[in-house]
Design a protein around this ligand. Structure first.
Ligand code: V47
Length: 368
């Protein structure tokens, strides 16, 4: 007699994986490949939903969050990025601490809990800039949680400040930094990395910097950029490298699959790449929930996959819709058609209509 979860599977090859899922056993590299290969999306989703319900019940989190990039000037050359500008480009900018305070003082930014800042690699900004920025922000907005730097940015800004990552991080934390976003990971495989982000630091730098953050008590998120020239093998490799680091540090709070946005960037001009589809996006969420058994939160990032699909993602393993995400630049400059921010009421409605209980959180998943 098949167990209830097995009845949801139309692909018999998934049965041994389902046995493991029910016993809480870890999935292997080959299991990961099968999860990408199976045409049985709903069976895959049922297994991921089972794990999600065990872990989080019907809770679905969100944060009132504002995106802000202090500079778009970037000396690194990521072919998938539409946000970067080289010095001299009329679009290039770098904001002072005062510019950022003025922006955040605008009435539409009242009530923001999280300031999520990632930017370009701008050699003019060194540790003094960040210390002053974080101190100024914390003095003016003590409730604001500062979530800043991809791991690659942290490594870059430490180097150009003449500091080790450990020293740079300690000084930023003393000034007010509280956690770090998960961007910049792209795909860890070196051959793919060479084709999509020439000159960007290698995967080991991303992983080593995350490990330093975790060891110094700073939680971070993690991501994977999918839907370009990578294959399932590269994705499974990427996810298992994240899982391996998490086994050692426990410092990742959330994983976010990032759907490649194809407009206005070199990668899509030089390769035939189609926009990711709904089934691809749901599969990424479900595979992550099943393979990343040690990362508590999986986000369905509505900005990149649409509000409707993010709602369904809550039944495919996701337990977090990220947030209100006011003023997002990176995805929108690369063609994302989603709105520039959602209200709290709208997010809560999306969550309730999908059959879940909305919970407003801060960066550390403390609820209000
Ligand atoms: O670092 C750049 C990626 C990241 C494109 O930690 C692109 O809570 C898709 O990191 N298409 C920024 N992705 C976004 C990010 C993020 C998003 C949501 C939540 C969190 C979190 C982090 O987006 C970049 C880069 O890896 N990116 N260009 C593009 N065309």
């Amino acid at each position: 007699m098949p167990l209830p979860l097995h009845r949801h599977l139309s692909d018999e090859r998934l049965h041994p994986i389902c046995d493991k899922v029910l016993k809480g056993e870890r999935l292997s590299f080959d299991d990961g490949l099968l999860l990408y290969d199976t045409p049985d999306l709903t069976g895959l989703g049922a297994m991921a939903h089972h794990v999600r319900l065990q872990r989080h019940g019907r809770k679905a989190y969100y944060v009132v969050s504002r995106r802000l990039s202090y500079t778009n000037i970037c000396y690194t050359h990521c072919q998938f990025c539409a946000f970067q500008a080289k010095p001299g480009d009329p679009r290039a900018y770098a904001l002072s601490a005062e510019d950022i305070v003025k922006e955040l003082e605008k009435p539409e930014n009242a009530g923001i809990r999280e300031l999520h800042m990632t930017s370009g690699h701008n050699p003019k900004l060194k540790i003094d800039y960040f210390e002053n920025l974080f101190r100024t922000l914390k003095a003016r907005f003590p409730q604001l949680h500062l979530k800043v730097f991809t791991m690659i940015e942290m490594d870059y800004y430490a180097r150009i400040s003449g500091l080790s990552v450990e020293e740079f991080l300690s000084r930023c934390v003393a000034a007010g930094l509280e956690s770090c976003p998960g961007g910049g990971a792209e795909i860890f495989d070196s051959e793919i990395r060479e084709q999509i982000c020439v000159g960007k630091k290698e995967a080991d730098i991303w992983l080593r910097t995350a490990e330093i953050c975790h060891r110094q008590g700073i939680p971070t998120n993690c991501t994977m950029l999918y839907g370009h020239i990578e294959t399932p093998r590269h994705r499974v490799d990427h996810l298992l490298r994240l899982r391996e680091l998490q086994d050692r540090t426990g410092g990742f709070l959330a994983y976010i699959p990032l759907a490649y946005q194809i407009e206005d960037n070199e990668l899509s001009r030089t390769h035939i790449i189609h926009e990711t589809t709904g089934t691809q996006d749901l599969r990424e969420i479900a595979v992550a929930r099943l393979l990343l058994d040690n990362i508590p939160h999986i986000k369905a990032y509505w900005v990149m996959i649409s509000e409707g699909l993010a709602q369904i993602g809550l039944s495919y393993g996701a337990n977090d819709l990220d947030g209100t995400v006011i003023e997002e630049e990176i995805a929108h400059q690369a063609g994302a058609k989603t709105p520039q921010g959602l209200s709290k009421a709208h997010l809560e409605r999306l969550i309730r209509e999908a059959g879940f209980d909305p919970l407003e959180r801060d960066n550390l998943y403390r609820t209000y």
